[in-house]
Design a protein around this ligand. Structure first.
Ligand SMILES: [Zn+2]
Length: 547
């Protein structure tokens, strides 16, 4: 390689050397050079030295992989939850701890102000039995309280919370929602799906949710904190899978203030599709820090909330014929998909169960036939949790992208076995089937519904083993390299950034993670414990240098 002493960029070039660089773009390397935020060359340390003789050299040691990209998570929720009570089962593991956490929050919160708690897991914290209105009334009658389940599709509120939401025993639930009741028909405080979203999200009929939104400065503080946790886990890019106009403004404000160390792609709530279309915003609008991917819609409930829409009833619902919850019909989805196609805006549609995915495919196929003049957009199926050979063939034909959960086997394994059964688990989070069918598949935590750590997800996909050691759906196991690809190249495709992210190659963003051990030679059940030594976004370190 000739010495390029006339290179005007030589002072801006830096060389990073490592034991091994997993480029995800051809052969592995031992060094790469960056200029500004981009990778400009990849090879050996000697090659980089020859090519850029005056460049600063940074020795990373260890193993380098492209920055992890979480294609579906809820960082705005994560940012806001820094302002809320954290009931994660790892922290609040039983009823007594739950009572303490909520009582302490009540003691420090002025009367009539909301207490909002997140990540309550009734399986692990209260033995499979949910708390109810009476329990929360025992914590406080002065404060409205909302305790959101870890899967985010249902919550529990107290009497003050029901009153604040205008709900009483005579209230009928909205379409797509439900209100829990006790044996006497009295509201028990449980709010499902749309009945919950009225509390937390702007909706067509109610622009301000029942719970007040945080002020911008509060949001940015929460975002800084949450982004720090993501970087510590090796995450450099994330797609926020449910964004309101206010949250999009928050992200733009964070970027404007130079505070956005994370790259954020966004799926905007679908009622705003026409607004985006009216001003000509298409998928890909924005820059490499904040970007519009498309719009988000829902077909069914949650896997970990036991509300997804199934062809065959839940495994534990013998005699009840429980198929889960459907929140949109084919006509609505078809109309949405036609408008999205015409506007050049991708859809990311939440569909977990096999019946929900089939309904969505009916709609996407109808929209495809109705818009033959349009370039076909690579729509995404969010979660896409339970598949069949027919579903895989139909997805391949439409060139759809699957965005399944990466770590649910590890994280929710035992509940999944009870609700879905071992046979169905062979068709769930079907990474092997997607890859074998030629379907692009991304990596996703769906945080706060699952843990943020991509390495834990890699372990889960490679081992298909739950935290308790049960092997679930082993036919869907994939290799370490394939699992790393989910969270790099796969996710880049899911956000339309395959030309700039997911690989360490010339022209790609210099987003990378330094790992303390090689995931390809570590014991598979140890991958989740590999330390993240440092994380870099645009060739700048975003984790603390003491790591
Ligand atoms: Zn989600």
């Amino acid at each position: 390689m000739p010495v390029q002493t006339d290179d005007p960029m030589r002072h801006l070039v830096r060389i990073f050397r490592a034991q091994r660089v997993i480029t995800m773009a051809g052969p592995d390397a031992t060094a790469f050079a960056t200029c500004g935020e981009q990778v400009v060359a990849v090879g050996s340390g000697a090659e980089m030295r020859t090519r850029f003789p005056r460049a600063e050299v940074i020795d990373l040691d260890h193993v380098v992989v492209p920055g992890f990209h979480d294609a579906h998570a809820h960082p705005s929720w994560g940012a806001k939850s820094k302002l809320h009570v954290d009931l994660s089962p790892e922290r609040v593991g039983n009823r007594a701890a739950l009572t303490t956490a909520l009582s302490e929050a009540a003691a420090r919160t002025p009367p009539r102000r909301w207490i909002r708690a997140e990540r309550y897991d009734h399986m692990r914290t209260t033995g499979g039995q949910s708390i109810d209105r009476a329990f929360l009334d025992g914590i406080s009658r002065e404060h409205p309280i909302l305790v959101v389940h870890i899967a985010g599709h249902w919550a529990v509120t107290n009497s003050a919370g029901l009153t604040a939401g205008g709900l009483d025993d005579d209230t009928e639930p909205p379409a797509g929602g439900d209100l829990g009741r006790d044996g006497a028909g009295r509201l028990n405080g449980l709010l499902y799906e749309r009945s919950l979203s009225a509390y937390t999200s702007p909706t067509a009929g109610r622009p301000a949710p029942i719970l007040p939104e945080p002020a911008p400065e509060e949001f940015l503080q929460g975002l800084d904190q949450f982004a720090g946790e993501l970087h510590a886990a090796g995450v450099t890019s994330i797609c926020d899978a449910l964004v309101s106009p206010q949250v999009l403004r928050h992200y733009q404000e964070a970027e404007r203030r130079g505070r956005l160390s994370l790259r954020v792609a966004t799926l905007i709530r679908h009622p705003f599709l026409d607004g985006l279309a009216d001003v000509g915003i298409m998928s890909g609008f924005g820059g490499d820090r904040v970007r519009v991917v498309g719009v988000k819609a829902f077909v069914d409930g949650a896997v970990a909330g036991r509300t997804c829409l199934l062809d065959r009833p839940f495994h534990d619902s013998a005699g009840h014929d429980d198929h889960g919850i459907q929140v949109a019909d084919v006509a609505m989805l078809t109309d949405l998909a036609i408008r999205a196609q015409r506007a050049g805006i991708r859809l990311g549609v939440h569909a977990n169960g096999d019946r929900a995915i089939s309904l969505l495919l009916d709609a996407l196929e109808a929209a495809d036939r109705a818009t033959p003049e349009r370039t076909r957009l690579r729509h995404r199926i969010e979660h896409c949790s339970i598949v069949t050979p027919e579903i895989l063939a139909r997805m391949r034909a439409l060139d759809l992208i699957a965005v399944p959960f990466g770590s649910y086997v590890w994280y929710h394994g035992d509940a999944l076995l009870e609700w879905y059964g071992a046979a169905r688990l062979e068709r769930m989070f079907a990474h092997r089937s997607f890859l074998d069918s030629g379907i692009t598949v991304a990596g996703s935590s769906d945080y706060p519904c699952g843990p943020v750590e991509p390495l834990l997800a890699v372990q889960s996909c490679v081992t298909r083993t739950s935290a308790n050691g049960d092997l679930l759906g082993p036919s869907q196991r994939i290799s370490v390299r394939e699992a790393l690809a989910l969270y790099t190249v796969g996710s880049a495709s899911a956000t339309g950034e395959e030309a700039t992210k997911g690989r360490l190659a010339p022209g790609y963003l210099a987003d990378f993670v330094v790992l303390g051990a090689d995931p390809e030679t570590s014991a598979p059940d140890e991958i989740g414990r590999i330390p993240v030594v440092s994380t870099w976004v645009g060739a700048e370190q975003v984790t603390s240098r003491t790591a």
